[in-house]
Design a protein around this ligand. Structure first.
Ligand SMILES: Cc1ncc(COP(=O)(O)O)c(C=O)c1O
Ligand SMILES: N[C@@H](CCOP(=O)(O)O)C(=O)O
Length: 430
């Protein structure tokens, strides 16, 4: 598959090149040249397919011919070595748990898939790559874990100081080896802007091959479309009108869901559920796209003021506002509402949701008011214990720590503090 830049000022390029570059030379995000829907028989037969088989069929057109089928099979098998259960809360609401991977965040799938693709492209160990990542909490840990020890790959993670949870910080600052953490005096948007600037800085790019492991990178972004298929497989025999409520920040996940829909997955509607960082909610209300500096919330991984992937969503809908509005609704919720939702989910369903999932639950409830025949699936994008302080304070109950979380507790944090783009540059050149 070839990819084009959404800024339309760079040459089209192969999957391999798009993965190695991350961002196109004109600073645009890459997008596949074509999307061929899967045959109806694929969806009719989905009950008989394993996760690996579903993922292989769904992703193969986007990565071939650079990744041969036999290699792709191994990559998806290794990537998806954990479960993706749907838990039903009531007749109209279920949750899709995306936190059973090594860092207990949905980012594990994309990070592991991309690490393996880069590992394959660098199998002869000829081209050292530096992976730059901006994180508002979860991407950093997932990338650190997914890329740990991958030969020829150095990872540099930028995170906003004081704006990620303690466990998230441990996950991204304690692994050592080829993983380095930079603690930025600023917001996630500052981190993301620094990373994008670095890609265009010839004084850096002439000396090192830089790429991104944010959802900017097609190998990080596209595998997220698997989740929607896994949920469909678990629900389609018992529920019609499946609607996904996606807690959204950088909008990679909901956009990946739209790619699954483009492949033919029968999804009725999407809900982009936001915290108070609500540029898309405001856009859908007003048709004016006005990014604002991000504000800090308890669903910190969604504290994004200028979502990278919104431009991909616009591309899917060919910039047609009415078509977009037909297919997606968006609502925004305060921290108080999020805490009330966490408590309601706990008291009513005896289920512990994390703050991001709780925002997704609220989105589902809002949508159901006008669409009582829908079945809403909100994505539980991270395990509640990653936000231990908030969760235990709200539900007033101690939570057992899963093994994945225990394994990083008490490790020594190693991070370099930076404040400006020049600090990042000096670090990369040192
Ligand atoms: C726990 C959690 N929920 C939701 C999101 C938002 O996802 P996206 O950036 O793909 O919109 C993120 C970060 O991306 C996250 O880490
Ligand atoms: N919420 C993310 C922000 C970056 O999103 P990405 O999907 O573009 O990597 C995080 O947790 O870091």
């Amino acid at each position: 598959m070839n990819y084009y830049s959404l800024n339309k000022e760079a040459e089209n390029t192969s999957f391999k090149d798009a993965v190695i570059k991350g961002l196109a030379p004109d600073k645009g995000l890459y997008f596949p040249e074509s999307i061929t829907p899967l045959p109806k028989s694929f969806f009719d037969n989905i009950d008989n397919l394993s996760h690996t088989e579903i993922a292989f069929e769904a992703i193969k057109q986007f990565v071939s011919p650079e990744i041969p089928a036999s290699v792709l099979k191994t990559i998806v098998e290794e990537t998806l070595s954990f479960d993706f259960p749907v838990v039903k809360l009531n007749d109209n609401i279920s949750t899709l748990e995306l936190f059973h991977g090594p860092t207990m965040a949905f980012k594990d799938v994309g990070a592991r898939f991309m690490a393996r693709c880069l590992g394959y492209f660098n199998k002869d160990n000829t081209n050292e790559v530096t992976v730059l990542v901006a994180t508002s909490g979860d991407t950093g840990g997932a990338v650190a874990n997914g890329f740990l020890g991958v030969k020829g790959v150095n990872v540099v993670i930028l995170y906003p100081s004081g704006k990620v949870s303690d466990i998230q910080e441990m996950q991204l600052t304690t692994l050592g080896q080829n993983i380095k953490a930079l603690e930025v005096d600023g917001t996630f948007d500052d981190c993301q802007a620094m990373v994008k600037t670095a890609f265009l800085d010839e004084t850096l790019t002439s000396k090192m091959q830089l790429t991104s492991a944010n959802s900017i990178n097609v190998a990080r972004w596209l595998p997220q479309l698997f989740y929607f298929m896994f949920a469909y497989k678990q629900l389609h025999n018992t529920h019609e009108n499946i609607v996904f409520s996606v807690p959204s920040g950088n909008f990679g996940n909901v956009c990946a869901g739209m790619m699954a829909q483009q492949l033919g997955l029968p999804i009725k509607h999407f809900i982009a559920s936001n915290n108070e960082n609500n540029v898309v909610t405001r856009y859908l209300d007003s048709e004016k796209y006005e990014p604002k500096p991000s504000v800090q919330t308890i669903s910190n991984a969604m504290d994004v003021g200028a979502p990278s992937n919104f431009i991909r969503i616009q591309e899917i809908y060919k910039n047609n506002f009415s078509a977009l509005k037909e297919n997606i609704s968006s609502y925004s919720f305060s921290d108080d509402e999020t805490c009330e939702a966490m408590l309601e989910i706990f008291n009513t369903y005896n289920y512990v949701a994390d703050p991001h999932g709780a925002v997704g639950y609220l989105g589902s409830k809002n949508y159901l008011k006008d669409n009582p025949n829908a079945h809403c699936v909100f994505l539980e994008t991270a395990h509640p214990t990653k936000f231990l302080d908030v969760v235990e304070k709200v539900i007033k109950e101690k939570q057992p720590l899963p093994e994945q979380i225990q394994s990083v507790m008490g490790r020594e944090k190693v991070a370099v503090s930076i404040a400006t783009y020049n600090d990042l540059k000096d670090f990369l050149l040192s």
